[in-house]
Structures are given as structure tokens and as C-alpha cells.
Design a protein around this ligand. Sequence first.
Ligand code: PLP
Length: 377
Amino acid sequence: MQHPELKTPYFMIDESKLIRNLEIAKKLKELSGVKLVLALKCFSTWGVFDIIKPYLDGTTSSGPFEVKLGYDTFGGETHAYSVGYSEDDVKEVADICDKMIFNSQNQLAAHRHLVEGKAELGLRLNPGVSYAGQDLADPARQFSRLGVQVNHINPEVFSSIDGVMFHMNCENKDVDAFIRLLDDISEQFGTYLDQLKWVSLGGGVFFTWPGYDVEKLAAALKAFSDKHGVQLYLEPGEAIITQTTDLVVTVVDIVENELKTAIVDSATEAHRLDTLIYNEPASILGASESGDHRYVIGSCSCLAGDQFCVTQFDQPLEIGQRLHILDSAGYTMVKLNWFNGLKMPSIYCQRANGEVQKLNEFGYEDFKRSLSQWSVS
Ligand SMILES: *Cc1c(COP(=O)(O)O)cnc(C)c1O
């Protein structure tokens, strides 16, 4: 749907598409008994949490402010995980979280006294196996600091914690590959898991991907939780929000240097950072592989290589035309920054009834405030 009255750049979250993902999540829960907590590091736009809450069990976090946000705006179960807690962090979140998951046995030993009696205790284990397309995002990469390696485990620890967390998938669309990881975990850690109340299998299981065999996943999860007598959790981020949101931009110029570049009023470095970090080109609504008109969709930042993608269209692009950069919700709005002093995209939600609601709008004052609040005197 076009909204010429809205100023670009903006994000448009589509409620109907979100509900489509959430219905799959609901089915997975019903079939398997798994509990689902939203990974806030992927998506924290709390303005739409009222849509998500009825479907999920709570939130999980990667840092202290996410714990607070989950508690404040989502409710349900609040899981608190961090790769490295300071003592102040622990004190700040222990009262508001239901489960506190430490990344190492060191951290657990140092801080458990601050948590006991307030929240359940968990420890992240590293299974040494993973499914991740990129080394940067692979928790089992060489020298990984994420979780305790199996040969470093002190088995006594399991008698004084409630659960463990594994996170070893990134956009895993292959249910059989996931089940192999599950079997591997059962084999390596089974005797430890039998002593626990809960096991979280982390995020990255892409069960909302078209054609994903949700029944097969559910059966495997149910078998695992029955075998080890644990409540299972998944921590989906991207799977919940995938394919729900466009970043809408305007072509402000077209330049030519062997290839034509359409320059738009947004930048990957500021507004869609993972395009750059993971070198994963964006997709544009209406582009066609067979189109005759080829363009770099270039950003308006000063970074020479900052582009959304190279793609073709059936018709030439025009200055003033709007482009919808697809699938721009996960790991995007949470990473917005003010590089180059660009206007930050507004955030809207298109409700299922067609109504458009504004969730956020940023101005010069927000930019200025992010840089200093006081000046030297
Ligand atoms: C990143 C992360 C998630 C969410 O991952 P998605 O790929 O967005 O599902 C869940 N749990 C942990 C521990 C993570 O680091």
C-alpha cells in the first residue's frame, strides 16, 4: 500500500504479516509444549508489543536495558542473559527478571548470591556445533567466548542451577539440520540436562520460513523435552518479525559512472546496518531479475561502498520515486544510528484494519541530544 502523505524515510510494520508469523509460533507452541520468548536484541519496537504479547511467553535479553524494557513493556517471563554482567548490572536486573542466565561458571559463582531467592539461575553452554552462515555470527567459531565448552564444565554446577541455555543457530531454515544439533546436544549433555527444570535452545530457528516443517520441529522438541524431563524454550527474534516490514525511501538523485546509481534518502550504515556488516544485499519491492534497467541502490551516506543492492527494474527509476526495501525489521530498528546526521526513519504500523499508526518520529533535537546533553563551561 502506498502512503504518499508520509515523509520518507520510514519503516512500515505490517500487522497482518506479523500475525501470520505469530500464528505459526502459536501452532509450534501448541504442538510441542515449547515456550517462546522474544529476543529483544533483534526487535524491540515496543509500540507493537500489544500485537505480539498474546502469542509469546515473554522476552529474553542481551543486556541490562533490554531486561528492563521486556519487564516494562512486554511482561510475561523475563529472561536476562548477558555475555558479561557487572555486579551493578546484576543488582539492577535481579529483581525484575524470572531467569538469570550467566555466560560462564566464573560469572555464575561471582554473582549467584545476588540472584538466589529472586530469580532462577541458568548457565549458557556451548555445544561446539552450530548452524550459521557467517563466521561473525557463529557461536561455535574458533575461540568462541559464548558459553561454557563441554570440557570445561564442572558437573557439580548442575545441582545448584535451574536450567541451561544453548544458542547455536542463525537463520536455520533446515529442520533436519536443527534436529541433528538437538541430537548432538542430547548426547553430549543429556545426563546434565536430566537434572534441570528447563533448557533454552536459543534463537535462530527459522520456523516461519515458507515451507518450514513446523510439525517435524514440534515433534523433535517434544521428544527432547520428554526424554530429559525439561521445559523447553526457544528465543526467536528474526523468525517472529521476518518479512513484515518495509523501509520506504525516496530516490533523491540518479548518477551514472558505468552503472547507474539511484541515491536514496537513507543509508545502510545508519538505517540498515546488517546489509553492510554481513554483506547481504537488500531486496526491493517491484524489482525484476529480467528487467532492462539496472541500478545500484545507493545510500546518501559518505561511505563509498554504502549501497543497498544492485538490481533491475522493468521501467527506469525516476527522481522522487519511492522504493520499498523489503524485510527491514529484524536487527535494523534496534541498530539505528545518527551517522552523517541523516534523518532517522519514522516508524509506523499498518494495522490489520488498514489504519496507519505512528510509533516513532525523530527530529534534530534527538540527534543533538544523542551527542551531548551539556557543554563544557
Ligand atoms: C541472537 C540471539 C537470539 C535471537 O536470534 P534470532 O536469530 O534473531 O532468532 C536468541 N538467543 C540468543 C542467546 C541470541 O544471542
